[in-house]
Design a binder for this molecule. Structure first.
Ligand SMILES: NC(=O)c1ccc[n+]([C@@H]2O[C@H](COP(=O)([O-])OP(=O)(O)OC[C@H]3O[C@@H](n4cnc5c(N)ncnc54)[C@H](OP(=O)(O)O)[C@@H]3O)[C@@H](O)[C@H]2O)c1
Length: 322
């Protein structure tokens, strides 16, 4: 699969995000061929640098999926800037280890919340715990994700929803909604959705992909849903002092997700971190989708207001709340 993204400056570029030897996500490396780096490698000299983070002392940032990969290094960067980081994921061992590391560093602070985003009950409990423990939430980074494997077997969340859609999109939709009062009360604040360049239109007649399932499409549909949510929420959030962005962090970062596929890594995790930091500091209009650090045109369905409204109504129904 290959698709074209058009930059907001009119420049047409192609992501080769696609299959088999090529490969979506822009991820991958042979399973087990590279260990996960404990510390991010340096970005390449050609990868642009984001503006430095401001001093985040006194700010609170929640990073979903910060027990591993990109999220873990984003959490490290935020803590290094002085933030209190709320670390989330399923692995207690990796969560506790990151909290220890940040505590020992003497910069910022951290606290771990275990939650499996494949359960909407656990998403609600996570939101409740965050609201209970924190007086504000300045930055929410919806980063956790399940990648795809080349498989035609559907997997399901606790509620019976297709797994990519449930974890990558729906859990973050619900978490964002539930945390919104705290985020609004902390304005100016930001919500960053870590999506991907891998995007395919949502088939509203078969969102759970009962027919002709394949993992790549499930992943790509969930990633477009994140972009659509960002664009959909932006105007209302802006009125309340909250900016929101979505982004493709970097292609083929050497992460656990990537290791499930079979392609050579093309980017370091540190490069992906630059993209997230850029979204935290950017002055581009709220709702912008970034390809790494550049404002970019997402898949066309993202700009279809009717499709976004359909996704909103569907999401409200699936989570059982407005
Ligand atoms: N790697 C790339 O090249 C690439 C490219 C484009 C976009 N992205 C996006 O970047 C984000 C981070 O990906 P990554 O490459 O860093 O992946 P990763 O190394 O596999 O990390 C994924 C993170 O998500 C968490 N997670 C997964 N399933 C979860 C669940 N059911 N409940 C709670 N947490 C869950 C994991 O936590 P536990 O391990 O503790 O469960 C882990 O912390 C994803 O949204 C991905 O789609 C990555």
């Amino acid at each position: 699969m290959q698709f074209t993204l058009r930059s907001t400056h009119g420049l047409v570029r192609c992501f080769v995000l696609a299959r088999a030897a090529t490969l979506t996500l822009g991820l991958v490396l042979a399973a087990g061929s590279l260990p996960a780096p404990a510390v991010a490698q340096e970005p390449s000299t050609t990868f642009p640098k984001a503006p430095p983070l401001p001093d985040l002392t006194g700010k609170v940032a929640l990073v979903t999926g910060s027990t591993d990969g990109l999220g873990r290094d984003v959490a490290r960067r935020l803590a290094a800037a002085g933030a209190q980081v709320l670390v989330t994921g399923r692995s207690v061992e990796r969560g506790d280890s990151l909290v220890d590391e940040i505590t020992r560093s003497g910069k910022g602070s951290a606290r771990f919340y275990r939650a499996d985003l494949a359960s909407l009950d656990q998403v609600r409990r996570l939101a409740d715990a965050v609201i209970r423990d924190n007086k504000h939430l300045d930055i929410l980074i919806n980063n956790a994700g399940v990648g795809f494997v080349f498989d035609t077997t559907r997997k399901f969340s606790a509620e019976g929803y297709e797994m990519h859609f449930a974890v990558n999109y729906l859990a973050h939709y619900l978490l964002t909604k539930r945390l919104l009062p705290l985020i609004v009360a902390s304005a100016p604040s930001r919500i960053i959705n870590v999506s991907s360049g891998s995007q395919e239109p949502i088939d509203f007649d078969d969102v759970m992909m009962t027919k002709g399932f394949n993992g790549e499409r499930g992943y790509a549909q969930s990633k477009l849903a994140q972009v659509m949510m960002t664009i959909d929420m932006a105007p209302e959030l802006q009125k309340r002092g909250v900016l929101t962005y979505s982004l493709h962090p970097a292609s083929t970062m050497a992460t656990t997700m990537a290791r499930a596929l079979n392609v050579k890594p093309r980017s370091t995790i540190a490069e992906g971190v630059e993209s997230v930091v850029n979204a935290i500091t950017t002055t581009e209009p709220s709702g912008t989708f970034f390809n790494e650090l550049k404002p970019w045109k997402a898949q066309a369905q993202a700009y279809d207001a009717e499709a976004r409204a359909k996704l909103r109504v569907l999401s409200e129904r699936l989570v059982g709340e407005k």
